[in-house]
Design a protein around this ligand. Structure first.
Ligand SMILES: Cc1cc2nc3c(=O)[nH]c(=O)nc-3n(C[C@H](O)[C@H](O)[C@H](O)COP(=O)(O)O)c2cc1C
Length: 206
């Protein structure tokens, strides 16, 4: 059966972005293997989302009949993002590290889709994710080298935590690290990440 692939990029560097190149390579290889799949593109840099400020949150919480047209527009966007996320079978995200975390544009997307009663719920035994049946592929780039489980890493560590919170257990990470350390390191790391994409897809297909 054809799957829906949601492809999100968050780097502000446009055509110079390595995470965009990695996520695009992933999508091309995936589509070659699964030509019937539908790819939905959401570029949250070209089309930025509002921050989860008082107006956006208030719009979502106001009953439909009582919303102004501006509030309805904000609520419609929130609903579109949640539904798009819930409908996706596979998420592919290009995620650069910004100041030890993720770009604020991506945080805005997460703030829109993490909604109690829709993508997670509170139970007597604690929160429970409602968006479990998905695969996530994170194409991560960063200037320094952090490795795995580094307490300084609030980028990949956070992405894994939030998707886990939403109920998703199948999360794959492909890293290009140390991109700003030296040109040699950059070249090697990027080449290794592209090779890792193929390995990951081969393993998924096996
Ligand atoms: C605003 C900004 C903040 C950054 N903060 C960090 C950081 O905290 N740690 C790090 O290792 N690299 C940091 N970098 C470097 C980027 O992670 C690196 O250049 C990466 O390649 C960016 O991904 P991109 O090529 O897809 O844009 C930062 C870059 C920018 C533009």
């Amino acid at each position: 059966m054809a799957s829906k692939i949601l492809h999100i990029d968050a780097s502000a560097l446009g055509e110079r972005s390595e995470s965009r190149r990695l996520s695009s390579d992933f999508i091309q290889r995936w589509s070659a293997l699964n030509p019937e799949d539908e790819v939905i593109r959401r570029d949250i840099v070209d089309n930025p989302l509002p921050h989860m400020d008082g107006f956006t949150l208030g719009s979502m919480m106001t009953p439909t009949a009582e919303r102004t047209s501006e509030q309805q527009t904000a609520a419609n966007l929130a609903e579109e993002l949640i539904q798009e996320f819930l409908d996706a079978d596979v998420l592919v995200l290009g995620v650069p590290m910004y100041n030890l975390g993720i770009p604020s544009t991506l945080k805005s997307w997460i703030d829109h889709i993490s909604v109690a009663g829709r993508t997670f719920e509170y139970t007597a035994n604690g929160p429970r994710g409602l968006a479990g049946d998905k695969q996530v592929y994170i194409l991560s780039t960063r200037g320094g080298i952090y490795g795995d489980n580094n307490p300084l890493d609030h980028q990949v560590g956070y992405m894994k935590t939030i998707f886990g919170f939403l109920g998703i257990s199948e999360i794959h990470t492909i890293q290009a690290e140390g991109l700003n350390i030296s040109p040699e390191n950059r070249e090697q790391s990027i080449a290794a990440a592209h090779a890792q994409i193929q390995k990951t897809l081969d393993t998924a297909a096996a």
